[in-house]
Design a binder for this molecule. Structure first.
Ligand code: BGC
Length: 498
């Protein structure tokens, strides 16, 4: 080989080594970055961990806070609001009643026909429409005029109205926000939640605002009941199944109500009801306990929310927030690595990832996680997502949802414990498991997270079994009601208008 050839060979070899070194260097770097992604995931898993021991601590904390909230006004972050609903509909109600439902993603108008007999299917009509976003932060007049106009249009479509009385119509208003009730048909707004912040509404009587708007539209409709969505759900659940003792909403927001003995509501001594009971609206979205597994993502989400230090439990559980927790984790991963090559500016937009889309990624069963790639492209404009990154995204959704569902389960058991239906004889009962007969106990549930997100409901049931033990858990029935919050409110309007 001549000198020239040797020189050439050496140059080629050096160049090849240099290229190889660059490739290896890049790989090492990329592997290091990928390790960071894996570490972020691991940290998230640890932060969101909810072993059964921790869930039981949450159960106890929930029961203790319930007692504190019932003992004195402001005694707990759980408001434990009186509803003045002391009797739940029993099937003897007759006539046509209306309901308006404000507070979730959709606004609903309903009409329910009751024939005085408890029937398994209640004849009703419902119209849903997404609540126009600008109304969530508008003035109270604008918001209530919209609500009254929707009812007016709904009534106008009744045709010749041959089967509908022309007398004054009776209506129940499902208002899914914390309200301090003065009676079953009046109450003042304590605060807004779920992104609503209509000006000049807090401390005003919500039913009166609606009644005035109905009058402005020339409608002869009487607001006979002002009802939280959980209470409407309980009313319908109890109507169909008298073993129903509590109701839970896990949708855009989350909350629970239950039937309480009147003598346990210590903050209102002297309160008497014929039934000796009253439905209590817990406003559990505001529950807080040091046992809740909180991560830096929760802390940031809370700090940047319009209501910091408020609705802590809701921010870990409900549909308004889960997608945004996932977005925050993915953003951190993409900032610490080249997981998506470039950091998409869309990843920095709060609430851009809606929970239904997050659920769709989580439940993507296609072998190449096609749906995950499609949603990441559609929402965040990330063009090509490698398979291993898709898998990580699914895992993040899983961790966030599993924690939410398990905490919701612990909340439910907390209520059962408070009323002595957890098989342990209640928080102060002191009776052993063996001599307590567990009664059939039904909890009505409504909201998209439970009814449309099967992994969420699976995780919730799994946790109920773990906390209660299978023997006890089989006596606890979680029953979905559809439009229960609206139909149940119409039922309450029927009971309380007469
Ligand atoms: C509200 C509750 C409501 C729940 C579910 C929460 O944000 O404070 O009143 O029941 O959402 O809609």
């Amino acid at each position: 080989m001549g000198r020239v050839a040797v020189g050439l060979a050496v140059t080629v070899a050096v160049a090849a080594c240099a290229v190889a070194a660059v490739v290896v260097g890049r790989r090492v770097k990329s592997r290091r970055k990928w390790r960071k992604v894996v570490n972020v995931l691991r940290e998230l898993e640890e932060g969101c961990d909810t072993p059964v021991g921790r869930l039981k601590q949450v159960v106890d904390a929930m029961a203790v806070e319930m007692h504190a909230g019932l003992a004195s006004e402001g005694g707990s972050k759980l408001k434990m609001l009186l509803t003045f609903v002391d009797n739940l509909p029993n099937g003897t109600e007759r006539g046509t009643y209306y309901a308006l439902h404000l507070g979730g993603t959709n606004f609903r108008v309903l009409r329910v026909h009751l024939n005085g007999q408890r029937s398994s299917v209640l004849e009703h009509d419902v119209e849903r429409q997404p609540i126009p976003e600008h109304l969530m932060t508008s003035t109270s007049e604008e918001l209530f005029d919209f609500i009254a106009s929707s009812l007016k249009e709904f009534i106008a479509k009744e045709g010749d109205g041959s089967n509908i009385s022309t007398n004054r119509r009776e209506l129940g208003f499902t208002f899914s926000f914390p309200v301090k009730q003065m009676s079953v048909s009046s109450g003042i707004l304590i605060k807004w939640t779920k992104g609503f912040s209509v000006v000049n509404m807090v401390r005003r009587d919500v039913a009166a605002c609606l009644q005035e708007a109905l009058a402005r539209k020339g409608l002869d409709v009487h607001v006979a009941a002002l009802v939280n969505d959980t209470v409407g759900t309980l009313a319908l659940g109890h109507y169909h199944d008298p073993d129903t003792v509590a109701a839970i909403i896990i949708g855009t927001g989350t909350n629970a109500c239950y039937l309480e003995r009147i003598d346990a509501i210590i903050k209102c001594q002297g309160l008497l009801t014929a039934s000796g009971r009253m439905v209590v609206n817990m406003e559990w979205g505001n529950f807080w306990s040091s046992h809740l597994p909180r991560t830096s993502y929760d802390i940031d989400l809370d700090a940047e929310s319009p209501n910091p230090n408020d609705q802590g439990f809701e921010k870990m559980i409900s549909g308004m927030y889960l997608g945004d927790i996932v977005r925050r984790v993915i953003l951190r991963m993409s900032m610490e690595s080249d997981m998506f090559e470039l950091i998409s500016p869309k990843l920095k937009i709060p609430f851009i990832l809606r929970t239904p889309l997050m659920a769709a990624m989580h439940e993507d069963n296609s072998p190449d996680l096609r749906e995950v790639a499609r949603i990441l492209k559609e929402v965040f404009e990330i063009p090509e997502v490698p398979m291993k990154a898709r898998k990580i995204v699914v895992k993040v959704c899983d961790v966030v949802t599993r924690r939410a569902a398990r905490l919701a389960a612990a909340g439910i058991v907390g209520i059962l414990k408070k009323i002595g239906r957890d098989g342990s004889g209640g928080i102060t009962g002191g009776r052993g498991r063996s001599n307590t007969k567990m009664r059939r106990t039904v909890v009505a549930i409504e909201g998209g997270l439970y009814s449309s997100y099967s992994l969420f409901s699976e995780y919730l049931h799994e946790a109920l079994n773990e906390i209660l033990g299978e023997e006890i858990a089989k006596h606890v029935i979680i029953k979905v009601t559809e439009d229960g919050s609206g139909i149940g409110t119409a039922l309450l309007a029927a009971s309380y208008s007469s």
